[in-house]
Design a protein around this ligand. Structure first.
Ligand code: 13P
Length: 251
């Protein structure tokens, strides 16, 4: 997969179906067909099928916020990657810090989720990021490096080529405190260098790395101008059509 420009909106646990459809309708009219290809919408599970129909005829992509580590079977409440693919998803988040934090998701589980998603033909957006404490004690590169390597080492090169990375410092998520362009660029460059050193030039050069954490209509342009930032994973600001559109056009 070649390096791409992407703005993904992670709606998290927000909106009703009616509100979700209204937002999609607004976005379809505000975002020109020439840039729709860069957009991924990541709504709650129950809206995916309907929104997929609403988006037919548009180039906007759909993604899911999580998937099961299992292919199918007696796993009440879980959603398989194959089911997501069947309702029109092409992307899935794995390892979001809210899943790691609130649901105690750890590397072995994340590896299985990644493999299931890739087997079903989904593109995985693998999320990593350090806590405030880790940033303050200067261990952010060590922490992010370990998060990445523990999963990348368990995959083969074909699988690695299907990954997109998202750097989301936990201290910047939903706090209004964004990483500065320098902080974000520095971590993105570190991630690309880590991939280059361990898995070679081609995977590193083709890797798409998104920034997430209080990215908004005001700061997106400066962040996206950084050489190793290929777009954004947007939370709060993806819930408003005008703001999200401005972010898409900042890329
Ligand atoms: P906010 O943009 O609300 O900080 O959320 C970022 C995020 O977690 C996206 O996945």
């Amino acid at each position: 997969m070649l390096r791409r420009k992407i703005v993904a909106g992670n709606w998290k646990m927000n909106k009703t179906l009616t509100e979700a459809r209204e937002l999609v309708k607004s976005l379809q009219s505000l975002i020109g067909s020439d840039v729709q290809e860069r957009v991924v919408l990541i709504p709650p599970f129950p809206f995916l099928g309907v929104l997929s129909s609403d988006l037919s005829g548009s180039s906007i992509h759909l993604g899911a916020q999580d998937c099961s580590a299992h292919a199918q079977g007696a796993y009440t409440g879980e959603v398989s990657a194959g089911a997501l693919k069947s309702v029109g998803c092409s992307y899935v988040l794995v390892g979001h810090s809210e899943r790691r934090g609130y649901h105690h998701e750890q590397e072995t589980l994340l590896i299985e989720k990644t493999k299931q998603a890739l087997l079903s033909g989904l593109t995985v957006i693998l999320c990593v990021g350090e806590s405030l404490e880790e940033r303050l004690n200067g261990s952010q590169e060590q922490v992010v490096g370990k998060q990445i390597m523990s999963i990348w080492n368990a995959l083969n090169d074909t699988e690695r080529a299907q990954l997109i990375m998202a750097y989301e410092p936990v201290w910047a998520i939903g706090t209004g405190e964004t990483a500065s362009p320098e902080q974000a660029q520095s971590m993105h460059a570190f991630i690309r260098a880590l991939i280059k050193d361990n898995y070679g030039d081609a995977l590193a050069d083709n890797l798409t790395i998104l920034y997430g954490g209080s990215c908004n209509a005001q700061n997106a342009k400066e962040l996206f101008a950084c050489p190793d930032i290929d777009g954004g994973l947007i939370g709060g600001a993806s819930l408003k059509a005008d703001d999200f559109t401005k972010i898409v056009y900042s890329l």
